[in-house]
Design a protein around this ligand. Sequence first.
Ligand code: NI
Ligand code: MN
Length: 217
Amino acid sequence: MKLTWLGHASVLIEGSINIIVDPFLEQNPAAARKMSEIPRVDVVAVTHDHEDHISDAFTLAKRDGATVVAMHEIAVMAGEEGIAAEGMNIGGTIEVKGANFTMVLAVHSSYRGHPCGFVISLDGKRIYHSGDTGLTRDMLIIGELYPPDVSFLPIGSRYTMDVVQAARAVEYTKTKIAVPIHYNTWPPIEADPREFSNLVGDRARVVILKPGESLEI
Ligand code: NI
Ligand code: MN
């Protein structure tokens, strides 16, 4: 399975199906690819409706006839645009096209619905995308029930966890491989991923990707 960080919070998962989380490409100054360079996706997962997470989600879903997986209120919006959508809420697990999506808490804000993260199970691997969140002890639940093979965690501070909190999130969730995201897109969220890596130490493997780079698991 190939996991690609496209920049900011956008992650492409290519396995037996293709899943994109929080596509933000066209207006993203740090995006590695424009939408036209994204392969066909089967599912578009959206963590919350801030522009830097949802901006290209519906366009991409329409292009590919993909299913949007999101919080109920966002799924309703997608449905109103004629997009196939699977609404859910925190605590729920649903199966879509052979992948399991468990919606987990994110501590953040949004215009509609509650922000969330996802634990995605595909091809025997578990991937946690936390969405925008501060550190919360609820992440211990992920460590207990769904310890991830790979976690994508924000480290940019200001709107989300900083490097110190994200390092603790790695510990709480019992993550094997951590990939820092949601930093250096703009000056207010500048962060040094090596600092994150040092704080995680030997508790997990930290893989620092540049936008557009991939990790094979
Ligand atoms: Ni946000
Ligand atoms: Mn954000």
